[in-house]
Design a protein around this ligand. Structure first.
Ligand code: HSE
Length: 335
């Protein structure tokens, strides 16, 4: 079967998955028999396009990268109509994350699932705010709602707990869940100042559209909420999770940690104790001998505490264009 893909959002992740699909088209067909066309693209800045036989994605990448509006296969109706009426069977929701209301992504996901289309997303809004509801809606319509890219980009976290770790009871998940702040803390330790390093993190595509969400810990809190819901099966809400970011960490604090043989890390944690699941996000001074202390730059790391394997730690990229684009690919391959 040939899959028809709609990309809703053509920013960092939308362009990342497009580049991957273009460069790996033959490999994906030969190795996985994954055949596809990108038939629809919707973007707030560049416009909406539709061609049921497949869009000229190379040209669209060039236009978007030159910050020009799309010029071919233009679609004159709104994004929700495009999602519902297009011949796409997989809708990738890749618009900006809004962890307060969910933003337009909530309506995009609802429209796609209700019209019998699979949804793959790296957008934390729908996953953190409406996971249980969308899971039910997907089941009712015999499609999938897949969210690997919402936590630690393409590094397998959610799929790891569903696949290789299935059968293990996970009682705690703890680690570094935000690439921007880990990158900033790494560079600040080398002497770079807060504002300059934040700008570099934005330029590298790690930070959210509004980086407040990264530095205040809200992005990590959203991921803790997703892990609580998806892995622990606990209906935690974002407001249930205590949260503190890195904005108050000064060069003096960094010096203090170095003197004590420690390093600052922004740590997210979700834990099940006596049947009750709690979550938190806090900056912590971690001993240099601890495995999390060696995780530098935009890398993320999570330790799963399990009943049968003890602690299992995975380290990998937590942000970036191709790294997050890969999460979309892996979920599409599982479809
Ligand atoms: N802004 C996020 C981060 C992107 O820095 O980790 C991935 O969710």
């Amino acid at each position: 079967m040939k899959h028809n893909i709609a990309l809703i959002g053509f920013g960092t992740v939308g362009q990342g998955i497009s580049e991957i699909l273009l460069s790996k088209k033959k490999y994906l067909k030969d190795k996985y028999n994954f055949k596809f066309e990108i038939v629809a693209v919707a973007d707030f800045a560049y416009g909406n396009c539709y061609n049921p036989k497949g869009l000229d994605i190379q040209q669209m990448l060039e236009e978007a990268q030159a910050k020009k509006k799309f010029s071919k296969d233009l679609y004159d109706k709104d994004t929700l109509t495009l999602i519902k009426k297009s011949n796409a069977n997989i809708v990738c929701e890749l618009t900006y994350t809004d962890l307060t209301t969910g933003g337009p992504a909530i309506d995009h996901v609802k429209a796609a699932l209700s019209s019998g289309k699979h949804v793959v997303t790296s957008n934390k809004g729908p996953a953190a705010l409406k996971y249980q509801e969308f899971k039910k809606l997907a089941k009712k319509n015999s499609v999938k709602f897949l969210i690997e890219g919402t936590v630690v980009a393409g590094t397998p976290i959610i799929n790891l707990t569903r696949g290789p770790l299935a059968g293990c009871e996970i009682t705690k998940i703890k680690g570094i869940l935000n690439g921007t702040t880990n990158y900033m803390l790494t560079e600040m330790e080398k002497g770079m100042d807060y504002a300059s390093v934040l700008k570099v993190a934005q330029d590298l595509g790690y930070a959210e559209a509004d980086p407040t969400g990264d530095v205040e810990g809200f992005d990590a809190r959203g991921k803790v909420c997703i892990l609580a819901n998806v892995v622990m099966g606990a209906p935690l809400k974002i407001a249930d999770i205590a949260c503190k970011g890195i904005t108050k960490i000064t060069p003096k604090d960094i010096e203090k940690a170095t003197k004590e043989g420690k390093r600052w890390k922004l740590i997210g944690c979700v834990e099940k104790k006596d049947g009750i699941v709690t979550g938190s996000v806090n900056p912590e001074m971690v001993e240099l001998s601890h495995p999390l202390a060696g995780v530098m730059g935009a890398k993320n790391a999570l330790t799963f505490t399990t009943d049968m394997l003890g602690d299992v730690t995975i380290v990998g990229p937590g942000a970036g264009k191709i790294e997050t684009g890969f999460s979309i690919l892996t979920d599409m391959l599982s479809i």
